[in-house]
Every structure is written in C-alpha cells, then in structure tokens.
Design a protein around this ligand. Structure first.
Ligand code: NAP
Length: 466
C-alpha cells in the first residue's frame, strides 16, 4: 500500500489545541508542497487561538496580530476546526486513532504552580492565571470573584505574567475601556479601590524573568507611579560578577531601566506600583474570617547553586506587609493527557523533538506528537512556538516518509466528521467561529473597542442558532 500523503490518500492529522503551538504545527504541515496533508484542529472551547485570546493582556492588542497568520492557515481548504469538542470528555484518543495517521497534542500548561507556604489557600489568595483567564473572558473563569476593595495587592513573582497582572490592576479605567477586556472585569476594575500593587521577586534585578519592553511599560502608566527601592536594585557581588562576565546587552538595559525607576520621584499619581527584589513570601496571614490580611516576607540572599545558578536563600529577617489580595504568579504547569506518558515534575509529556517517548521502552510512540508548552514547559513568548512547532511538524513529516504512522481503520475526512458529530453534535466549525468573531467585533465598534467578547459557551451556541 502506498504511503499516505497523496491527493487520493492524504496524510490525516489531528491537532489537539488551537493555540499558537497548534497553529504553527498546522502552518508547517500545510505549507510544504511534498506531502498532501489534511489537518483537523480540535479545541474544547468554541473559540480558537488559546492563549492569544485568553492569555495575552487586553492592553497588548498588537501581540494579537499573529492571529492574521493563523487565519491564513485556517483558510487552507485542507484545514478544519472542531471547536467545542473536548478530547477526552467527548472524543477519546482511541476515537482519534480510528481516523488519523498522526495526532499532535498542543494543549499547553493548563494549571499553575504553587508556593507551598502556609496560608496559600486563604480567601483572597489566588493564582494569577485565574485572574488572567477572568479578565480575558475565558468561559470557565467568568464567575470568579476577586476582592478589589483591598487597598494593597501583592503579586508574587517577577515574570511577564506577574507584570501583566500588576499592570492591569494599576491601569486606569480610561486605559482599559478601549481594549477587549471582558465586560465583567471592566466593571469590577472600575469599582476597584486598589491603591498599591507590589510585585515580589525572590532573587535580584539581574535574575528577574520579565523582559525589557514589558518592565519599561510599568514606568509609563497614566495612573500609577512606579517605585523601586534603590538598595534593592544594587547588585550583590555574585550578581555583579555574573553580569560583568556575561556582557549581555539586554540584561544591561534591564538593569538600567530598573535603576532609572529607583531614581524616579513619584509624580503623585493615584496608584503606586512597586517592584521589590530579594524577598520571599513565607506565610499568608489570615483574619478571623479566613481572609488574607498580611504577607510575611523573608529577606533573601543570593547563593551559588551546584548548577552554577544564583539561588535565593531566606535570612531570618522577616517583615509583615498588610495586604488584602494576593496573586501567585510563579509559573504555569502542564497537566497529564489521558493515554500519554507524563513527567510530573516538569509538567510535560516526555518527547524527543516532539515525538512522544514511551516511559517504559524509551522509544517513540508511533503517531503521537506534542508541541508548545506541553512539549517544552511554560517558557518563551508566542513566537517561540514557531520554531518549536516547525520542529514537531518536521518530525511528523520524517515519520511519514519512513512509514512510522498509526493505522487508522477509516482515514477519511468524512469519517472523522461523522465520528465527531456522533460524539459532540454541537461541534463548532471555523465558519461558525468567523460568525462569532463578526458579532464580537460589531459589538465593540460603538465604543471604539477591538471587540466585546462573548464569554459564555451557551450564549455563543445561541448566537449560532444552535
Ligand atoms: P516565568 O517567566 O517563569 O516567571 C516566573 C516567576 O516566578 C519568576 O520570577 C520566578 O522566580 C518566580 N517564582 C517561581 N517560584 C517562586 C516561588 N516559589 N516564590 C517566589 N517566586 C517564585 O513565568 P510566567 O511569568 O508565568 O510566564 C510564562 C511565560 O510566558 C514566560 O516565558 C513569559 O515570558 C511568557 N509571557 C510573555 C508575555 C509577553 O511577552 N508580554 C506575557 C505573559 C507571559 P525565579 O526566577 O527566581 O525562579
């Protein structure tokens, strides 16, 4: 039998997850000319684009321009979108095996890491990822509530997610009103009484995970003064030695920005956004009703770890900071995919260049692939998924050439559609999504907003006449 990959017998591929990772895999597969590939992309939500829709901050619309590239891929006649289909709840891996030669999981890192300190589960202590999903209108997070009557909010971590959360909390109503922030979040933030947002970095400025453009923006907010303590941006001897040795221009620029913040005199804006360094929360203190009222913070020193990295080591100098709301922003974490091996510690599916590796034999599992955060962990920006996705797609094309494929009983587009409709009659196509997109954009126009998001799955299905 000839290899699939011809017009008569296309290579049938399922991609599970419609975020940037999935779209870059699809782009590579559909843009090459040697093999005829058909891609069906699944998402448990009726809307595509994953973290571009639900992760990227609403005041960062320019980052969402990448959607135009995804739209080109989606316009390919050999691409289909199966939205509102949960792979595991509606359709199983075995169902997919009956219709596809290859299955690629691009499901991201769907949960958050924890700090594992006392009081972490007090009322008013949340994962930053929940807040992000809430303000971005993720249907599963719309009913969350955050007590924005608190005057001081702590954000633990100094990565780009922490920056997003701190910035959204510190933005004025006018700055947010013209964005595609979810209406419920805009309303709640309008009533916000937050006066001070404090970001806490456990290591020093030279180790801060945020990127330069993102941190620079914190000094340009209309309604909030930036505050950095001069003594906390002063480099310790170990960091100074490392910085001098590395000669990293980007890092030098970051230190310059932070140094500039430390020298700035407050302009008397209504809010303050502080960035602290070399401090670790050791306990969240609750009041009688179980709500967080303070954060105990230890001052840290940097020590050289066995791997050559500088690590934070707490001293016994503890301060207590009154806070009414805490967001931990200490990284995302992947969750297991039924039927696939899982590395619990790293939160990833073990893989080699995107080929899923069987934990027992150490060999690739035929026809199964991963890309994006579930492949490499929750690091990098959206663009990082392009080379990553291309690598996985190239491994898929190599395996097609060598014949290392699944052996689906019914490898046709019709069979896959019938299987999906039988399991989830309320499947949403890409044409359906285009209708939802049009509705959202139209709703945004009178207020000059890019769109007003539909945030409820039933409401979306009703809008589609289902
Ligand atoms: P991240 O960049 O890995 O940052 C995590 C932060 O949490 C670091 O500051 C880390 O400090 C800190 N941390 C970890 N464990 C901690 C603990 N137990 N106590 C205190 N602090 C702790 O993760 P992220 O912010 O979630 O971002 C994920 C990825 O998405 C990143 O690659 C990011 O650049 C990207 N992203 C990009 C944008 C953008 O481009 N605008 C926006 C959002 C996200 P240590 O360094 O000491 O471990």
């Amino acid at each position: 039998m000839p290899q699939p990959g011809t017009a008569e017998q296309p290579l049938r591929v399922a991609i599970v997850g419609s975020g940037p990772a999935g779209f870059f895999v699809a782009q590579r597969l559909l843009n090459q000319k040697d093999v005829v590939v058909e891609v069906d992309m699944y998402d448990r939500l009726p809307t595509p684009f994953g973290l571009v829709r639900f992760g990227v901050a609403p005041d960062h619309q320019e980052i969402k321009a990448v959607i135009r590239t995804f739209e080109k891929t989606a316009a390919n006649p050999r691409f289909r979108f199966f939205g509102n289909v949960d792979v595991s709840a509606h359709v199983t891996l075995d169902d997919l095996r009956t219709c596809y030669h290859q299955i690629c999981f691009t499901t991201g890192a769907q949960t958050d890491r924890r700090m594992n300190i006392p009081g972490e589960d007090l009322l008013g202590s949340h994962a930053a990822t929940e807040f992000v999903a809430w303000y971005n209108g993720h249907p599963e997070y719309c009913d969350r509530t955050f007590d924005l009557s608190a005057e001081r909010v702590a954000v633990i971590g100094v990565g780009n997610v922490a920056v997003d959360v701190a910035r959204v909390l510190a933005r004025s109503e006018e700055e947010l009103a013209g964005t595609d922030i979810a209406d419920h979040a805009l309303e709640a933030l309008r009533e916000s009484r937050v006066k001070e947002v404090v970001m806490l970095g456990r290591r020093g400025p030279a180790q801060a995970a945020f990127t330069n453009a993102e941190v620079r923006e914190l000094g340009e907010l209309a309604g909030a003064d930036i505050e950095v303590r001069p003594e906390e941006v002063e480099l310790d001897p170990l960091s100074r030695a490392a910085v001098e040795k590395e000669d990293d221009r980007t890092l030098h620029k970051k230190l310059e920005i932070l140094d500039g913040f430390a020298r700035q005199t407050p302009a008397g804006k209504p809010r303050r956004l502080a960035i602290r360094f070399l401090v670790s929360p050791v306990e969240l203190v609750g009041d009688a009703s179980g709500r967080v009222k303070a954060l105990k913070i230890a001052r840290n020193q940097l020590v050289l770890g066995n791997d050559g990295d500088l690590r934070a080591k707490s001293t016994d100098h503890i301060e207590e900071m009154p806070v009414g709301l805490v967001f931990r922003s200490v990284g995302y974490h992947g969750i297991p995919i039924p039927g696939l091996p899982f590395d619990q510690k790293g939160g990833v599916v073990p893989n080699s260049h995107g080929r899923v590796i069987d934990s027992g034999s150490g060999q690739p599992m035929r026809g199964l692939y991963v890309s994006g955060w579930i492949k490499r962990g929750p690091t990098g920006v959206i663009g990082t998924n392009k080379p990553d996705g291309f690598e996985t797609a190239d491994a898929m094309l190599q395996d097609r050439a060598s014949g290392a494929l699944l052996a689906p009983a019914t490898p046709s587009a019709d069979a896959a559609l019938n299987m999906v409709v039988a399991k989830q009659p309320r499947v949403v196509s890409y044409a359906d999504w285009r209708k939802l997109d049009e509705i959202e954009v139209k709703q945004g126009r009178p207020a000059g907003r890019p769109r007003v998001k539909l945030t409820n799955v039933e409401e979306m299905l009703r809008a589609l006449g289902r």
